[in-house]
Design a protein around this ligand. Structure first.
Ligand code: HEM
Length: 345
């Protein structure tokens, strides 16, 4: 079995660093939203915006800009400059991390490329990753803009798009890292058995992504602070008001009751299916790498369900909301590792 080359090893370590930074960035984005900080910076300047206010005059100027915003005027009228500073720092750090990740990606990429260390075929993938990262920043600003309008509410559609695209970029990088490690020892398993498992694994990861999208809508509509009981909602299995909007499909995206109900339903179905998947996989396969990937899915799905129910029962405290989001990303990682280990057999 060929060992992983030292060039591939360097590249996978570098990508792993980028992946970890993206993980932190996603969670920080969640905390920014949960602390109501996301609309504190009303302008976007790629270079000039990197310097935060330093003197009290600059703070007053930044606060003055915020005071012109609908969020201040309609929701935060009592806020003083010190309170403003705390929300500002979350949003500022989130934006600065985006730039940091851009640099941590670009500079080593240019170095590896110049040194000819990138294996054939990988360069286009790396360039696409970089471009997607840039688009993610633009999408973030497009999301923020929706909340700077007369009604200071960030669009749940744009918030979910921003979350989903972050997760897809994260998945793309993780998949590439797993590809680079492909030459590590693996045992061959029977092709025809694997083909069927591979198809099911793709269906399951798609279902997981749909559950994540539905979670984005719960977060975007602040639908986690109603019906804080489980499993019943307002004493009912199917809560009142699920079909309040017309046409009916609007309920799926704009009705808090339906959106929370849908997330519960999807999460419990996905959770159950992934757990059965874990049990079946552990029985079916002998391959240790594959077995470990099933175990990871089984463990993460239980943690994620517990985190989801606790987040709901406790009415979404910031720390728990952030952990539930981290859990979604870790469960997605586990499932992606599982799909990858089935795909490459
Ligand atoms: C497979 C299991 C699950 C996955 C993958 C999942 C995923 C997610 C995601 C990605 C979010 C959005 C987080 C954000 O943008 O900050 C979310 C939000 C939420 N989820 Fe889940 N979830 C799962 C299970 C559950 C369960 C079982 C419940 C409760 C019964 C639940 C309740 C919530 C609530 C209340 C929120 C809103 C939290 C907030 O406002 O930050 N989730 N979920």
């Amino acid at each position: 079995m060929p060992a992983i080359s030292s060039h591939d090893q360097h590249i996978s370590h570098w990508l792993l660093l980028c992946l970890s930074l993206i993980f932190v960035m996603v969670i920080l984005g969640g905390v920014t939203r949960l602390t109501g900080s996301g609309l504190s910076m009303v302008n976007w300047h790629p270079i000039h915006g990197m310097v935060p206010p330093l003197t009290s005059g600059q703070w007053l100027e930044e606060f003055g800009n915020y005071q012109q915003s609908p969020e201040y005027q309609k929701i935060n009228r009592d806020m003083n400059v010190d309170e403003f500073k705390s929300i500002f720092w979350f949003e500022y750090t989130h934006r600065m991390m985006g730039r940091l990740i851009g640099l941590v990606f670009l500079l080593p990429f240019l170095f590896f490329w110049w040194q000819n260390k990138i294996r054939p075929g990988l360069t286009p993938r790396l360039i696409i990753m970089f471009l997607l990262g840039g688009l993610q920043g633009l999408l973030g600003w497009y999301m923020v803009k929706s909340g700077l309008a007369a009604n200071p509410h960030v669009s749940q559609y744009r918030l979910t798009a921003h979350l989903l695209s972050a997760i897809l970029i994260y998945g793309f990088i993780l998949w590439t890292i797993l590809d680079l490690k492909q030459s590590l020892p693996y045992q061959k398993i029977h092709q025809s058995t694997v083909a069927a498992w591979r198809k099911i694994s793709l269906g399951l990861i798609t279902l997981l992504l749909i559950t994540i999208v539905s979670g984005g809508f719960v977060a975007g509509l602040k639908a986690g602070v109603i019906f804080n009981t489980f499993p019943l909602m307002g004493g009912e299995w199917i809560p009142e008001g699920v079909a309040a909007l017309s046409p009916w499909y609007l309920n799926l995206f704009e009705n808090k009751v339906t959106v929370q109900f849908g997330h519960r339903l999807l999460a419990m179905t996905t959770g159950l299916m992934l757990f059965v998947w874990y049990i079946k996989g552990r029985i079916e396969f002998e391959n240790p790498v594959l077995k470990r990937s099933f175990k990871l899915v089984g463990m993460m799905v239980i943690i994620q369900l517990l985190l989801g129910v606790s987040t709901l029962l406790m009415q979404v405290p910031v720390w728990l909301g952030a952990m539930h989001q981290a859990g979604a990303l870790l469960l997605f990682s586990a499932m992606l590792i599982n799909v990858h280990s089935l795909t490459r057999q």
